[in-house]
Design a protein around this ligand. Structure first.
Ligand SMILES: NC(=O)c1ccc[n+]([C@@H]2O[C@H](COP(=O)([O-])OP(=O)(O)OC[C@H]3O[C@@H](n4cnc5c(N)ncnc54)[C@H](O)[C@@H]3O)[C@@H](O)[C@H]2O)c1
Length: 430
């Protein structure tokens, strides 16, 4: 007999909210549980705070009654399936901060009933589901794999790109690692309602490690291309042309692009979950540490590029007016978490520059204790800047206007193509 699932998604952020909406759209009854009353209120009012979920989409599932949000853990009692999507940040000492996972697990444990499925989706080190979540849930007196099912299934969404590269929750293969075979089968049956391709693996640990491997692969390759971009600059080689050339190889090469640094909640953070766990096994994950070091130095490098570019024009950074284009951590999102643009702007300001910014997705930012508002991108604004600094490659920005009016551009994202730069005094690719 197919019992209709009743899903509770714990943690309604970038990972949890799209998942909850997808289940609701698939006809599953979903309740979202969050500790942030403001978020709960917004969801129930049909107002989305996540770029990839349009208000209309959210509103449809809220008004149909398929999805609602609450701060009341009592909703867990009615659930058949519980999915935990809470944050996994680092502490100020850069070690895993397990408090959100522990606290969410305790909340679930307090209401746990026989027959329920609990799935952890948060990105975390191998062993978390078994060593952290399981004991907390078993404090309820119920046994994992016997009285209730337990699994790990990592979130793989690409914020801002959802749908645009053709990859959505539905057509992105989803890893599922169950504590037992029946736990895995139970989780696969649930996710089969919203995902076309499920990839069962033999344990939660394999799935946890696979997710970290994916993100570390990105982090290390981003660091590699960033380091080579600095070398290309010194050798007076156009790194973008080098990459275009290398990327023609149809096998054995994956393209990554240089950047002013690596931001977001995942790529700069997740690798350090593994670094921390590796110490328990007497290992230093040197690639991870080195990649972090290179990427963290990129904002300082960009400040140096701007300084040198101004210097070539007989200007000092001190007193110069810089217009930063884009402050979000990546293209076409409003997410500011870990954005390298903030470190770049702080560096410019502390060296005496007067910085303004334009970002169609981010109306206001807080930099070095004060708030800045996005300025409209007009020809006057561009022309008044001693340097226009492209930090995020938002697709809605009119780079043609920049080309037509900028006195100088430092382009860390290759938005302003060389072919369009004949009217510019100088182009600098960081
Ligand atoms: N953002 C992404 O693109 C992405 C992609 C893949 C994986 N992940 C992973 O998913 C997890 C969640 O990330 P996110 O970006 O959605 O975080 P987020 O900060 O956007 O959202 C987390 C939500 O959880 C809530 N929360 C915190 N503690 C809670 C608790 N004890 N009970 C209930 N709700 C609680 C917060 O209020 C918040 O609304 C992280 O492990 C992250 O690494 C994120």
């Amino acid at each position: 007999m197919d019992i209709s699932p009743h899903v509770v998604v714990v943690g309604l952020g970038y990972a949890g909210l799209p998942l909850a909406v997808a289940f609701a759209e698939a006809g599953v009854q979903v309740v979202g549980l969050d500790v942030a009353p403001k978020r709960v209120e917004m969801i129930n009012g049909g107002a989305s705070y996540i770029d990839d979920i349009a208000d209309e989409r959210l509103n449809d599932v809220v008004t149909s009654g398929a999805f609602s949000a609450t701060v009341d853990p009592a909703c867990l009692e009615r659930a058949t399936d519980i999915i935990i999507c809470v944050p996994t940040p680092l502490t100020k000492h850069r070690i895993p901060d397990m408090r959100p996972i522990e606290s969410a697990s305790r909340t679930v444990a307090a209401c746990l009933r026989p027959g329920q499925l609990v799935v952890l989706e948060s990105t975390t080190y191998p062993g978390t589901t078994d060593e952290v979540v399981r004991p907390i849930l078993e404090d309820s007196g119920l046994q994992a794999g016997v009285d209730f099912a337990l699994a790990y299934s990592p979130e793989r969404i690409d914020p801002g790109a959802t749908g645009s590269g053709g990859f959505t929750l539905r057509n992105t293969p989803k890893l599922v690692g169950g504590l037992t075979e029946s736990c895995a089968a139970r989780a696969a049956a649930l996710y089969g309602r919203v995902v076309d391709c499920l990839v069962p693996v033999s344990s939660p640990r394999i799935a946890e490690m696979a997710k970290l491997f994916e993100n570390i692969f990105r982090n290390v390759n981003m660091a590699l291309v960033n380091e080579l971009s600095i070398l290309c600059e010194r050798m007076d080689l156009d790194v973008w042309e080098v990459l275009d050339a290398a990327a023609t190889k149809p096998f054995g090469f994956t393209r990554f692009n240089p950047s002013p640094g690596v931001g977001g909640h995942c790529i700069p953070v997740d690798p350090f979950y593994l670094t921390w766990k590796a110490r328990e096994y007497g290992m230093h994950t040197r690639f991870v540490e080195l990649a972090g070091e290179i990427n963290e130095n990129m904002p300082r490098h960009v400040v140096g590029r701007v300084t040198r570019a101004l210097n070539d024009q007989m200007k000092s950074l001190k007193g110069s007016r810089i217009l930063a284009l884009g402050v979000a951590y990546k293209a076409n999102v409003s997410d500011m978490r870990g954005s390298p643009a903030i470190a770049v702007i702080e560096g410019l300001v502390s060296d005496g520059a007067e910085v303004r910014y334009h970002d169609p997705h981010v109306p206001e930012v807080h930099v070095a204790g004060s708030s800045m508002k996005s300025v409209p991108l007009t020809s006057d604004e561009i022309a008044h800047a001693d340097c226009v600094l492209v930090l995020t490659d938002h697709s809605s920005v009119d780079y043609g206007l920049v080309v037509d009016h900028a006195r100088m551009v430092v382009d860390t994202r290759n938005c302003v193509r060389k072919s369009r730069l004949s009217s510019l005094k100088q182009q600098v690719c960081a």
